[in-house]
Ligand binder design. Sequence first.
Ligand code: MOS
Length: 733
Amino acid sequence: MSSLIGPAVDRVDGRLKVTGAAKYSAEYALPGMAYGVLVLSTIPSGRILGIDTSAARAADGVIGVLTHENAPRVDPRGKGGGDRTLPVLQDDLVRYDRQPVALVVADTFERATDAASLVRVRYARGPATTRLADAQLYTVPNDMGRVLDLRAGDPEGALARAHVAVDHTYTTPIEHHNPMEPHATIARWDGDKLTVYESSQGVFTGRAKLAAVFGLPPSDVRVIARFVGGGFGSKGSIWPHAVIAAMAAKQFGRPVKVVLSRPQMFGSVGYRSQTIQRVALGANADGTLTSLIHQTTSQTSTFDQFVEPSGLLSAVLYPPPNLLMTHRLGRLNAATPTFTRAPGESSGSFALESAMDELAYAARIDPVELRLRNDATHDAEGRPFSSRSLRACLHAAGDAFGWERRNPQPRSMRAGRMLLGMGVAAGSYPANRSPASARVRIDADGSALAQSGGADIGTGAYTVFTQLAAEELGVPLERTRFELGDTRLPNAPNAGGSRLTASVGSAVKLAARDLRAKVLTLVANDVASPLRGASLDALDARGGRLFFKGDPDRGESYVAILRRHRLGAVEGTSDAAADDAAKRWAMHSFAAHFAEVQVDPDLGTVRVTRFASAIAGGRILNQKTGTSQIYGGVVMGIGMALLEHTRVDERNGRIMSANLAEYLVPVHADIPEITAIFVPEEDPYVNAVGVKGIGEIVIVGVAAAVANAVYHATGTRVRDLPITPERLLASAS
Ligand code: MOS
């Protein structure tokens, strides 16, 4: 392994970001650009009887107002590039609170904001289902190619016969992603061609959706997202505001920018569904699981379907021979939920890993030991793991954390007057991959350019792709540039499902090989070249030179070859896709998290005082950006455990905490020092670059580790997130 891959390389875009030179979607200023501000519904269900836009249209600087009465007709289902059905001013129906009902367009943002407040909407309110407990439930056996309902053996019988069993219901609340950068769209038409600057996790997904909605060939749509300030899943789809911005740009004949306010982020851009999960575990006296039942209920909208697949990891972490996994959905008068960092595994691991903790106490087995005893070789569908380092994660993080200092008795440890607790939880997340393409070029001056369209949502994709291109081409890092985030570049999947690095990395590797092959073709009959007649696999590349493996002097530089052949550049391309290894192997990353908390026995306030995570995610390309991923996952998981909770007024389906003053996320003072460990792991099957993706595994199990530490500190089990002081005190009494 060469020196370019693995170490803590600084972000190649770091300077651009800290100097403000990195341009985010809202920051483009196009000639003649107007500003659109959304008007949102104030009822959860019903019809619009009338919209009075006269005052808004008469206001200073207003260019026009788009409503369902005058908006261009589009296909709101627009299949392709994500299958969301989008309420985009096509009818008078109100399907959820905060649905867009108008867009006011003016010459400045301030004037558009002011005029939007002058729009008057009259509604006929309809019946609304706002509580999951009131919803009609239906079964979802399959979704997006995933098996969501699974039965093996006799789970109920085995549970009844188990030596020790636990059977409880856990709940997780609605959570909103809240990336630092709000969603933003600038849309511009040139004739029938549409260009969109979009804060997006995937420009090609966005292009496909916009093309389908507007009935255009994808080649007539360009989507650009060069810098993205976080997404967590919310920017994995095109949402109504982006379509409405493009409709307005068409209607008013000029570019239109729509940037969501923070309260509007709690509207039509997705969220993590609430879940109600029953987890029942049965085990032998030695703790070996004999039965696992994981039944999830989550919510979707009245007009679209999204499943929070919380049970999936129960088929991966420790699947016993008797297993039942089900997913049911209830339709609510609410916006459609969507992917939220480790969709399914985040919420599911809270339930499963809390239940494992409860089983450990019931069976009087150390919680780490219980997990070690149930380590698995195959998933529930009988596929062997391509690599599985859960044991190593538990040992590495447990040692760093000092688990052996824990007194197993709940409520037995103190730090001054505070109750002290230690908890553990594990996690898994699939190693995904999608087709991706790449183009690489070496210019006559020896510098390299590599391209693939996938977005960098703040994870470090620019950096690790630059590292990979430099490594594979054998060109110094500082002479290598990577371009991404534009549909004019080669195809790439979403930066979602932890798949981008595996997908694009594999494509870059193949494209570099293609480039080297082209160089060899050039010199095949070149008497001046020491590489004449060489085979591809006989060569290495480093320092801007190609040379025979083990014989660095026998070779020459790209610059010399290009000069002799009077070429300005040489290029390589690739279209990479997964082979069928994913069918033969279960491919997953694994994690172990250890949390220490201090709980005020009088107030019920919880403070996380120490945290250690160990992640096995295959090859780690960059220790620095990778470690930042662990920090981010732990921070978000602590938020999930203790703070994050979107509150809905059930009488009118209205989100009551649509701002960052009432929707709490952790701040620095809430976060302790985090020990971040990557367990070395080489997986020969997962893909050509050996990476499993680490953007999501880092949060899976974090909330359960905190919850289990709270139980250990207090002897009180809270099965509903977030663990607030009032819940902790109420459960204790
Ligand atoms: Mo991620 S929740 O797959 O964008």
